[in-house]
Design a protein around this ligand. Structure first.
Ligand SMILES: [Zn+2]
Length: 100
């Protein structure tokens, strides 16, 4: 038995095994449709770019700084960030362990 789905464009019931509607020829797969829609609107299809946090911006700005204080601060922030991520990873591990 073939599954039938409703064509989003002409609302006719067509076999879902075909990628296109046999009535109007539009794409049936919702994801493919969305992708084509985005392309036609000129929106980038890839995953959205990660938003930069204040720390990212600050690290970028102070990357080539020769100020000792800034260099030390950068090192401290780097270590703190590593510890934060380690703790976060531990909590996630613990939660998954407790959840079974
Ligand atoms: Zn159709």
């Amino acid at each position: 038995m073939k599954a039938e789905i409703k064509c989003p464009a002409c609302l006719a019931w067509v076999s879902s095994s075909d990628g296109h509607c046999t009535h109007c020829g539009s794409v049936l797969d919702r994801n493919v449709r969305l992708k084509q829609d985005r392309i036609s609107r000129g929106v980038s299809v890839g995953p959205p770019e990660r938003k930069k946090t204040r720390i990212d911006l600050w690290l970028e700005r102070t990357e080539h700084s020769e100020n000792t204080l800034v260099v030390v601060l950068r090192a401290i922030v780097g270590v703190a960030w590593a510890i934060y991520m380690a703790v976060l990873g531990f909590i996630v591990w613990l939660v998954t362990l407790l959840a079974g």
